[in-house]
Design a protein around this ligand. Structure first.
Ligand code: HEM
Length: 497
């Protein structure tokens, strides 16, 4: 017994010494640049939660925003990294879990990524943007008039509205399948689950596939995992049917959803590019869902919360919309360019609450990063090949060097000349977000329609009657993070105007 204990203690001691040596070597390789030190690495699965002195936790960049940079007297390095794709590629092992159904644009690098980007990018066309707009208006109209019956409505948590809203938009303008707020009782022939439910289960439960071993997912007799298994196979079957159906039909009516456009682009002759296989087509269309669903839903959720808190800003927005969209008319795609205040509100919400707070990259070769201290004097940081890097979006968005009064909700800053290099919610450079216009169309259309008809307020609750504005703000804007940043719980009231 004593021998075993001695052995365990010796192993532990050796492990600690080895860790310390590795850590010293890593810190020396970047010339002892001051900053946080992680013992187990910032992306360790076990340490996603903050553990002082061992790990800053994946949530910390959001909590600290620009504070760490101020403390260590350094500016943020972003453009140099996002602008040099080959020097700073993605750490592909961190993206392994995203290659569901097939390889895709998000989880690939180098020539493979170029091939995916070349074939998928044309689907995000102007015609698709128009479709996003029209579908969004239809979906929010059904929500306000049919589901809420044109009356006041209390929402216990705003994401309960924005998550289905964004799902229906991606379902219609992404997959080409219209969905409704009403329960879908029609299970298509040969299926056991409606398309809408399969899409919903997969998009909220993807962690099951990403984090649990596949043998466990295939076997586990746990209802939640069983539902995931069914949804996973069902969605795959729906997608295969959609591919076959679109291939099989004669040149049909023109459709501009991402799925149809992707299949069309893949069929076209293109100089020397290998076509996507069926599994790669499914991998890409699926990754559009994952990349675009929560991000847009949470952006809209934060926007509604901010407007509910800042009634003066909501009034400015309301008056602006009224000046652009005539009374009783539906906002049209052509109005988008004129809805500047609405767009500014969305951008300000994205600046303050970027759904993706940290973008992982790595160094392909030995290199040096260049930045400066807060006084503007240059600092050089050596980075050996294979160094993990995180582009700190929250730090950038709250840097007072670029954003005056960064904690203030001030949409009008986006109506003047604003620092584009210090705004990276959609990343930047060659690997920037492909769905940016998709999500902007959706957010502006939804906001315009709803704000014209409803005033958004914070739900009054007796237990919070005595809270100050700051306390209320903190309560509603407390965030959590899963894959993306989201509001923990924000009860709002939509009052018919
Ligand atoms: C507010 C909404 C959105 C935000 C904040 C956002 C943010 C981002 C970010 C930060 C990246 C870079 C990720 C990385 O490097 O790992 C990205 C990439 C991407 N996004 Fe978005 N996104 C949004 C909406 C969408 C939508 C609606 C779609 C599709 C329908 C979409 C599709 C993509 C794709 C395909 C990429 C990969 C581009 C590439 O690697 O070449 N995104 N997005």
């Amino acid at each position: 017994m004593q021998k075993t204990l001695l052995l365990v203690v010796s192993f532990l001691a050796l492990y600690v010494v080895k860790k310390y040596q590795d850590w010293r070597r890593a810190v020396r390789s970047i010339h002892d640049v001051p900053g946080y030190r992680h013992v187990f690495g910032p992306h360790s699965f076990l340490l996603v939660r903050r553990i002082r002195y061992l790990c800053t936790g994946s949530f910390t960049p959001w909590l600290k925003k620009h504070d760490d940079f101020a403390q260590y007297d350094s500016d943020i390095i972003s453009g140099e990294i996002t602008g040099a794709r080959t020097r700073f590629p993605k750490p592909l092992d961190a993206y392994e879990g995203i290659n569901v159904y097939g390889h895709n644009i998000v989880g690939t690098e180098a020539d493979e990524w170029k091939r995916h980007r070349k074939i998928t990018a044309p689907s995000f066309s102007e015609r698709n943007n128009r479709l996003v707009w029209d579908e969004t208006i239809g979906i929010v109209q059904e929500l306000c008039e049919d589901v809420w019956g044109g009356k006041d409505h209390v929402v216990e948590n705003i994401v309960d509205v924005t998550i289905p809203l964004a799902l229906f938009v991606i379902g219609a303008a992404g997959f080409g399948r219209q969905m409704s707020w009403k329960a879908d009782l029609n299970v298509s022939h040969g299926h056991t689950m409606p398309f809408k439910d399969a899409l919903h289960v997969i998009s909220v439960e993807l962690w099951i596939k990403a984090l649990l071993p596949s043998w466990f997912v295939e076997w586990a007799p746990i209802p939640r995992i069983r539902a995931f298994r069914t949804a996973y196979t069902e969605l795959e079957r729906y997608m295969i049917e959609m591919i076959e159906e679109r291939r099989g039909s004669e040149k049909k009516e023109q459709r501009y959803d991402l799925f149809t456009s992707l299949l069309d682009a893949n069929e076209e002759e293109s100089d020397g590019i290998t076509k996507l296989s069926d599994s790669e087509v499914m991998g890409n269309i699926f990754v559009f869902l994952i990349a675009g669903h929560e991000t847009t839903a949470h952006t809209l959720a934060f926007t509604f919360i901010l407007l509910a808190l800042y009634q003066d800003q909501q009034e400015i927005l309301y008056q602006h919309i009224k000046s652009v969209v005539p009374d009783g008319k539906l906002p049209s795609y052509e109005d988008m360019g004129k809805l500047t205040q609405c767009y500014a509100v969305i951008l300000e919400a994205l600046r303050m609450y970027p759904p993706v707070c940290l973008i992982p990259k790595t160094t392909a070769e030995d290199t040096t990063l260049h930045t400066c201290n807060m006084a503007g004097e240059p600092i050089a940081i050596p980075c050996p090949a294979g160094t993990g890097i995180g582009v700190h979006i929250a730090g950038l968005h709250y840097n007072p060097r670029y954003w005056k009064d960064p904690y203030a909700f001030n949409p009008s800053r986006f109506l003047e000349d604003w620092p584009r290099d210090a705004f990276l919610p959609f990343s930047g450079g060659a690997r920037s977000c492909l769905g940016r216009r998709f999500s902007e169309m959706e957010a502006v259309a939804a906001l315009t329609y709803i704000i014209t008809r409803y005033r958004v307020e914070v739900k009054e609750e007796p237990q919070f009657a005595a809270e100050t504005f700051e306390q209320r703000k903190e309560r509603l804007l407390t965030c959590k993070t899963a894959i993306t940043l989201y509001p923990a719980k924000a009860p709002l009231v939509f009052k018919r105007r």
